[in-house]
Structures are given as structure tokens and as C-alpha cells.
Design a protein around this ligand. Structure first.
Ligand SMILES: [Mg+2]
Ligand SMILES: [Zn+2]
Length: 173
């Protein structure tokens, strides 16, 4: 049986890509400086890499889930060219005031709730003690806390340089 692995949970907008507000088209997508290198770094360190993202733009009717899947596929293709990958994307399409009725609810997956992180823990063999989240908003850090993992606030700049400043708990780093 393979050993469980630590996980890094990345918020998407404002961490992996510049937050232009409800990004869903390839032409509007702009990687954060150092994002590809940061993801590759964790791949190489045998971390599982997850994206944990609120996408209320789906519930609000700004774009569809298919649009979002298309963008995530585009991200994965770009990463692949660098020898990097994201193991899984988890998203919340809901909002209490969503225009689209199926998405109009108070859910347990919209951050600051921990539902998406807990879903990943349920689906993967993750070493929780050495896992953590990187987000750009208080709600990201609150979700991490609710899921009992540390959260680190990224406030822009170069994501790779940022992750190298973290006192990451994995013993062999
Ligand atoms: Mg964000
Ligand atoms: Zn949700």
C-alpha cells in the first residue's frame, strides 16, 4: 500500500491566477508569477496538490460549470507542458442568493466552510498532519482552520518565492 502523502490546498483566484473577478475564459486567465514553479515544486516533493475554489459565478449565472471545467483543463494543459500537475480541483458553485435555483443554497462547501477540503480528505490518502492551505482571503484561512490544517495568507507577488519562505512541516524539506 502506498504511503499517505501530505497535501497542499491552493485557493485559485488571487493565488494561482490573478484575480480579475469571475475568471472563466482562457483569454482572461493570467497565472500568478511563480505559480507554475510552485505547483511543480510540490509535485516534486511528493505532495498532493489540490485547488479549492469558490465559484459562485456559476450559481450567479455568469458562466457555467462546463466553462469552468474548460478553464481547469486549460490550466492542466499548461502545467503539463512544465512537467507539473494539479491532482484534483474542488469547487463550490453555490451561493445563498444564486440566480440559478439548483445552486441557491447555504452549503457546506463554500469557504469559509471546510466542505471541499473535507471532501478531498475523504477521497485521497492524505497525511493530514503535514497538510496546509494557501489562500488570499480570510475565508480561505477560516476554511483551513475549520478543517484542522494550517492556512497561510498569500498577498500577491511571486508564489514560488512565497512558498519557499514557509516553514513547511514535511520533515525532509
Ligand atoms: Mg482567492
Ligand atoms: Zn457549495
Amino acid at each position: 500500500m502506498a504511503a499517505s502523502r501530505p497535501a497542499v490546498f491552493f485557493d485559485r483566484d488571487g493565488v494561482l491566477n490573478i484575480d480579475h473577478g469571475y475568471t472563466y475564459r482562457q483569454q482572461d486567465f493570467e497565472w500568478m508569477p511563480g505559480a507554475l514553479a510552485a505547483i511543480k515544486y510540490f509535485n516534486d516533493q511528493q505532495y498532493l496538490v489540490f485547488v479549492i475554489t469558490n465559484q459562485s459565478g456559476i450559481g450567479r449565472g455568469y458562466y457555467t460549470e462546463e466553462d469552468m471545467f474548460g478553464l481547469h483543463k486549460f490550466m492542466s494543459e499548461q502545467l503539463s507542458k512544465q512537467g507539473a500537475h494539479i491532482d484534483a480541483f474542488y469547487h463550490c458553485p453555490h451561493h445563498p442568493d444564486a440566480q440559478e435555483k439548483p445552486y441557491r443554497k447555504i452549503c457546506n462547501c463554500r469557504k469559509p466552510a471546510p466542505g471541499l477540503i473535507e471532501q478531498a480528505f475523504g477521497e485521497w490518502d492524505i497525511e493530514q498532519q503535514q497538510s496546509f492551505l494557501i489562500g488570499d482571503k480570510l475565508s480561505d484561512l477560516q476554511a483551513a482552520e475549520a478543517a484542522h490544517i494550517p492556512g497561510y495568507l498569500f498577498q500577491g507577488g511571486n508564489l514560488y518565492e512565497f512558498v519557499r519562505t514557509l516553514k513547511i512541516v514535511k520533515q525532509n524539506l
